[in-house]
Design a protein around this ligand. Sequence first.
Ligand code: RB5
Length: 146
Amino acid sequence: MKKIIIASDHGAVALKSEIAAFLKTKNCEIKDMGVHSDDSVDYPDIAVTACEEFKKSGYDFGILLCGTGIGMSITANKIKGIRCALVHDLFTAEMAKAHNDANFIAFGGRVKYSIPVTKMIEKFMDTKFAGDRHERRISKMMALDC
Ligand code: RB5
């Protein structure tokens, strides 16, 4: 059973519910870190809370959502140990796992995607990390963490 953390700001509350419902059909354990209303919040606060929780326990990966996914992904990538991929189609969903071994993926609740976000999440979950030269590249990337 996959253990997944999910969090959004006010720009993606409906998308978060849709994703959580989908993941439950895949028998995943979900930790929903909020938010649960459209009241305005600051996405860096949510991203930090979710990433710190991710680092505490045995989560498989996390999903961060805001209006665009951009603010959440930029913030998450400033946190030591986090590799957050801003995914926008099936190809980037696959590569985020195969080449980058992302531990977070981000989406936007106000973005018009050409395919459902749940399909991209499914692709990410069904993909294996390719290792080999990508391991070396990730090590170089993570060595930049301070
Ligand atoms: C909030 O209005 C919006 O800026 C936020 O959800 C996100 O899109 C930022 O990157």
